[in-house]
Design a protein around this ligand. Structure first.
Ligand SMILES: [Cu+2]
Length: 157
């Protein structure tokens, strides 16, 4: 009886620790780039902070606001900036990684409605340990600046 009780406590302890461990990744300052009406593609940015002693990877993004959410990176390809989908983005142990214009971002493809600056959408990030983090990025007007904007989004300047 004592042993069974002990086992219960160990399982409970493990569950609590595991939950705490899974939440060691935090998403700070999430936002979404405001786009002109009719444009159905935009991107979400944030800073991912990993307080654990293990590297963690973001392996998937989901949102109700768009038909698809993809993890993207920007690469320099013969002087041209391009972006491509990546299967995972690693946040180093005890470190942080910025998703920012010109770098990693979550591409939202096929927006289901127009986004108003100031409103918030839902974005869920899935980690490699199966945990999920839902954040509420604010829609913001982001000034394009040289080299850092989505090249295929900027028009004439
Ligand atoms: Cu992209």
């Amino acid at each position: 009886m004592n042993t069974a009780r002990q086992t219960t406590w160990i399982v409970l302890f493990w569950a609590v620790m595991h939950a705490a461990w899974a939440s060691d990744v935090q998403i700070q300052d999430p936002y979404v780039r405001a786009v002109p009406p009719g444009q159905r593609v935009t991107a979400a940015f944030f800073v991912a902070v990993n307080a654990s002693t293990q590297p963690r990877a973001i392996v998937k993004a989901q949102t109700d606001t768009a038909e698809r959410a993809e993890l993207h990176e920007h690469i320099h390809d013969g002087g041209v900036m391009r972006m491509r989908e990546v299967p995972r983005v690693v946040i180093p142990a005890g470190g942080r990684l910025a998703f920012e214009p010109g770098g990693y971002h979550v591409m939202l493809i096929g927006l289901k409605r127009a986004l108003q600056p100031g409103e918030r959408i839902d974005l869920t990030l899935v980690l490699d340990d199966g945990s999920r983090i839902t954040v509420h990025p604010e829609v913001r007007r982001v000034q394009p600046h040289s080299g850092a904007a989505h090249q295929h989004h900027s028009t004439n300047h």
